[in-house]
Design a protein around this ligand. Structure first.
Ligand code: BG6
Ligand code: MG
Length: 218
């Protein structure tokens, strides 16, 4: 029986939290006089907290002391944490649970590959922690996506070759990371934005069990 490793990004793939990251970054950027557009937000999706702030400061031509930099990272995170305090299973994206359950039924590895340092509490709140064979998050990596480190670690933890790994991602940086890792990349979201993905779906409702079976077989 073929055993593949399916790697899920978290924010914007499993849970509808990309909108909260957007709001918190926008408010933070605006508070220091920097405009923040949806197009810029696409460039921050999948990117670590530190790298995101570096990019925002770059767009505004600003530099900060280390202390100020860290306090802004904290400020953004505390606003984000406020948004997700009451989070529950209603924030799971459509059909993601059906997909995870089908893969478990098919005896596949189900893993997480997220840039977020808040990943585990979110999986607890949504009651999904137990579904994962391995979790790699922002606490476990030194390099931000598009570096493939996060996905290669998930492959290593399940002892799976990269070409037997399939990554679900909603971010350009994440798709690039999956491609750089030599994995199958599946874009979840706008296919014009995620044009570098090998396959594209608007959301998991479009992704059938028979397609998953094909991925497992080949
Ligand atoms: C990614 C999000 O999953 O995690 C980014 O797409 C976010 O928007 C990054 O900046 C880091 O998350 P956190 O929760 O550690 O600030
Ligand atoms: Mg994401």
């Amino acid at each position: 029986m073929n055993k593949k490793c399916f790697i899920f990004d978290l924010d914007g793939v499993i849970v509808d939290t990309a909108k909260y990251h957007f709001l918190a970054w926008k408010n933070l950027a605006n508070s220091i006089g920097i405009d923040f557009s949806h197009a810029q937000n696409e460039q921050l999706k999948g990117v670590s907290r530190k790298r995101s702030l570096e990019k925002i400061l770059g767009w505004g031509n600003q530099t900060l002391s280390d202390i100020d930099f860290h306090s802004l990272m904290e400020k953004k995170n505390s606003e984000y944490l406020n948004y997700i305090t009451t989070m529950n299973r209603s924030e799971l994206l459509p059909d993601v649970e059906r997909t995870i359950n089908f893969l478990i039924e098919m005896n596949q590895f189900v893993t997480l590959g997220s840039a977020s340092k808040n990943a585990r509490p979110i999986l607890v709140k949504t009651n999904l922690l137990e579904a994962f064979d391995a979790i790699v998050d922002g606490n476990d990596v030194t390099e931000a996506k598009p570096n493939p480190e996060v996905f290669l670690k998930a492959a290593l933890l399940t002892n799976t070759q990269p070409n037997h790994c399939i990554v679900f991602e909603d971010s350009v940086a994440g798709i690039q990371a999956a491609n750089a890792a030599g994995m199958i990349s599946i874009g979840i979201g706008n296919e014009n934005i995620l044009s570098e993905a090998m396959y594209n779906f608007t959301d998991f409702t479009e992704l059938s069990n028979s397609f998953l079976e094909e991925l497992i077989k080949h």
